[in-house]
Ligand binder design. Structure first.
Ligand SMILES: CC(C)(COP(=O)(O)OP(=O)(O)OC[C@H]1O[C@@H](n2cnc3c(N)ncnc32)[C@H](O)[C@@H]1OP(=O)(O)O)[C@@H](O)C(=O)NCCC(=O)NCCS
Length: 314
């Protein structure tokens, strides 16, 4: 597609990954593997060129067998291009790519962008992040939530169990779904709260289980229920491995047990299970506004190495 000396098109394939990667972003190094594994497709990786200069790009990610994109996780513009033109080019590319790539009439997949933890304090970084957000707003998106990305590295101490809680594996899907369902009560997590505006707790828990937890191929005997010494469940932790890293996939304390500091022992247990696999790092994330969870990660030695901006078209 050619408008105003701008060419907008998907890349032809692996052969154009170098061209696509001319704009810098932390995900560039994963693109080749993602293409090979079917998590990305050339027709979902769009570029805007003026001559041979790359001015903007957009790309979606999905799970290998999906027929439609799951997340818009790359959107870049050449930050040195003059002011309004820069945002305009990005918006035109995104608009064109969305129309060509997304199923007609469907809600576009959410946007995810990794940004430095202090992105608001640095004028240059802030401009780059806000320009991309403006591009997205021009196609109808709005800020949904800002999240903390966290990392634990081997060598950081993991607190020993203090004896207040016992841990056992999860019996079956129903047990975990029931606990996930009750943990939704009073949650501070924005995605969970949004789910609860559209469906009852049990359905939200089932969807979270099926869409995410059930898909991890790492052993389910890593998953743990925390109980009081008498056996009453207090919370749970789901350590797992995704396509890239060992992760704390989900963790919670049941509403009637919150405020007792149990989260520290539960997080330590999940961390210990993954550290026992001798992984090079453990990743986790939580909303900026989920202060009790963010504090627990900090106390457990997790470093906030990035933030994530989520935007939505809902
Ligand atoms: C986040 C969570 C695990 C914290 O567990 P916890 O054991 O209550 O944590 P703490 O004991 O450290 O509580 C810290 C403080 O935050 C408060 N708090 C904890 N969760 C809260 C919530 N959902 N809403 C309001 N306040 C909360 C506690 O009451 C406590 O306050 P206090 O110090 O004045 O008593 C728990 O709230 C939870 O399960 N939330 C729902 C699931 C969730 O968000 N999981 C994390 C996804 S990344």
């Amino acid at each position: 597609m050619q408008t105003n000396d701008l060419t907008m098109r998907p890349i032809t394939g692996r052969d154009e990954l170098d061209l696509f990667s001319r704009l810098p972003y932390v995900l560039n190094e994963e693109l080749a593997d993602d293409l090979a594994a079917g998590r990305r497709r050339p027709e979902w990786m769009w570029i805007a060129l003026r001559g041979d200069r790359l001015l903007a790009r957009a790309a979606w990610w999905s799970r290998p067998a999906d027929d439609a994109p799951l997340i818009l996780d790359i959107l870049d513009i050449e930050d040195s291009t003059a002011g309004p033109d820069r945002v305009d080019i990005g918006a035109r590319l995104l608009h064109t790519a969305m129309a060509a790539t997304l199923p007609n009439g469907s809600r576009p997949p959410d946007y995810s962008r990794f940004v430095p933890p202090d992105w608001r304090e640095n004028a240059v970084t802030r401009q780059a992040v806000e320009d991309r957000m403006t591009v997205l707003e021009r196609t109808g998106a709005r800020l949904f939530v800002e999240r903390l990305r966290l990392e634990w590295r081997p060598g950081s101490p993991v607190p020993e169990p203090d004896g207040r809680l016992a841990f056992r594996p999860v019996r079956d899907r129903e047990e975990l779904v029931a606990l996930m369902s009750s943990a939704l009560d009073g949650t501070l997590d924005a995605h969970s709260r949004d789910d609860l505006t559209r469906m009852p707790e049990h359905e939200a828990a089932v969807r979270h289980y099926e869409d995410e937890l059930a898909r991890y191929t790492s052993p389910r005997d890593w998953w743990r229920i925390a109980t009081l010494p008498g056996g009453e469940p207090v919370g749970f932790v789901v350590p797992a491995r995704n396509d890239y890293n060992a992760i704390i996939a989900y963790i919670a304390v049941l509403p009637s047990h919150r405020g007792n500091g149990y989260i520290d022992a539960i997080l330590a247990e999940g961390t210990r299970i993954l550290a026992g696999q001798h992984v090079p790092r453990i990743r986790a994330s939580t909303d900026l506004g989920n202060v009790p969870m963010a504090n627990a990660f900090r106390r457990a030695g997790y470093i906030n190495f990035e933030r994530e901006i989520n935007m939505t078209w809902s």
